[in-house]
Structure formats: structure tokens, C-alpha cells
Design a protein around this ligand. Structure first.
Ligand code: 5RP
Length: 222
């Protein structure tokens, strides 16, 4: 199976997984990226079964609206039953690196408001130790030099993601070569740097479930 076929399989499995949670009042949180896009396309076939969605990016909101699925502002919904999103890496504790698509801040906010976080990924994303994928850090533009110097002190090699402006009007540093042996501690330390909006470690709040597409089928890790 190709990586695209694995992504399609996990998108379909995710919809099957959440269907029993849906009723006419349910709000579904929807992530960002190529796997999340496939999830949106499958979810659209069941749009009568839930109220609507909250999206973690303008791109996902547009895709949802294109399918005729209502998209609500986060502040106008009381709660999100389940959030479904991809990841750039997951370890076996379901600590994640996210933000390859530059949507990490809104993703982390929507996760924080969701009862259940279902991560969907193909098997290439499962690692023993996080950090082969460079860690995205969203920064206030004027703090770029400062945050970059602080990331070097933490042992990383920051690279400015040229030409990318997030949905929040900020910039991204991709930090290479970090030794992420304690993801929760590192997430907290980076959050403490002035000028950092969010970092792409989802460890303090990890995924609750990882649906992992493998050549042998979709596995459920908790
Ligand atoms: C976007 C993300 C995505 O979930 C992550 O980059 C995975 O994307 P894809 O499904 O395209 O591999 O965090 O900010």
C-alpha cells in the first residue's frame, strides 16, 4: 500500500470510530493537513448525523464548507465531543509533534476544548523517540532572533520557515536536532520563552487514541 492509501484507510477508520459518538447536537473538531483532508471528505458523507464542526485552520474550514458542513467559531460552541487530526510524529505514549502544516496553535486550542483527541496517521509517523521531524515553533515575528537564540541554548538548530505566515499572522521556526527525551518538560520550557506563541509538542495533552494505518490494517493505540 502507498502512503496515500494508508492515509485514506485511516481517514475511513476514523469516521467509523467516531460515528457512535455523533448525534444531532454533536460538534466535531477537525484538524489540518493531508490526512485531515481525507477525513473531512469521508465525514461529509455523514453530515446529517451531527450539528457541525470547529476547524483548526482556514484551509480546513474552507474544505468543510465546500462539502456543506457547518463550521462554527470556537467561542460560539459549548463543547467539542471529539477532535480528529493528523500528526508529524507520535511516540508510543501518544506524545506528538504537530505543526508541519503551520496550524499548531489553533490545533492546540481546539484540542484543549475537546473531550477526546483522536490522532490519525500512517505507520511512518510512529517513532520511539520524537525529534527526527523538526519541531515547529510559532513565534511573534519580532521575536524571531530571540527565540532562535534560546532554541540554540536548548540544543536545537532553528530554521526560519521562509514565506510562511500562520492563520494568526505569525511566523514559524523549525527546530532540528533536538533531543526530545522528555517531551512534557521540553514543551513547558519552550512555552516559557518570551515571543513563543506555541510549540508543536502535544505532550502535556497527548492524543487519547492513535489510529495507525499499517499494511496489516488500522491499529488502535491508547
Ligand atoms: C498541521 C499538522 C498536521 O496534522 C501534520 O503536519 C500532519 O500532516 P499530514 O496529514 O499532511 O501528514 O500538524 O499543522
Amino acid at each position: 500500500m502507498t502512503q496515500d492509501e494508508l492515509k485514506q484507510a485511516v481517514a475511513e477508520a476514523a469516521v467509523e470510530y467516531i460515528l457512535p459518538m455523533l448525534d444531532r447536537d454533536t460538534i466535531v473538531g477537525v484538524g489540518t493537513g493531508s490526512t485531515a483532508n481525507l477525513f473531512i471528505d469521508v465525514l461529509a458523507k455523514h453530515k446529517q448525523m451531527f450539528d457541525g464542526t470547529v476547524a483548526s485552520s482556514e484551509a480546513s474550514a474552507e474544505r468543510l464548507k465546500g462539502h456543506g458542513i457547518p463550521v462554527y467559531e470556537l467561542n460560539s460552541v459549548p463543547e467539542i465531543r471529539v477532535y480528529v487530526d493528523g500528526a508529524d510524529e507520535s511516540d508510543h505514549h501518544l506524545h506528538l509533534i504537530k505543526g508541519g502544516g503551520a496550524a499548531l496553535t489553533r490545533e492546540k486550542i481546539v484540542v484543549a476544548c475537546s473531550e477526546l483527541f483522536v490522532c490519525i496517521a500512517d505507520e511512518s509517523k510512529l517513532v520511539n523517540v520524537l525529534g527526527d521531524f523538526p519541531l515547529p515553533v510559532e513565534i511573534i515575528p519580532m521575536a524571531r532572533g530571540h527565540v532562535a537564540r534560546e532554541m540554540v541554548k536548548l540544543g536545537g538548530d532553528p530554521v526560519y520557515r521562509e514565506g510562511v505566515v500562520t492563520d494568526n499572522g505569525n511566523h514559524i521556526l523549525d527546530v532540528y536536532n533536538l533531543d526530545i527525551l522528555d517531551p512534557i518538560a521540553l514543551e513547558k520550557s519552550i512555552d516559557g520563552i518570551v515571543g513563543v506563541v506555541t510549540n508543536g509538542l502535544f505532550a502535556k495533552r497527548s492524543a487519547d487514541v492513535l489510529l495507525l494505518a499499517t499494511k496489516e490494517g488500522v491499529k488502535t493505540l491508547k
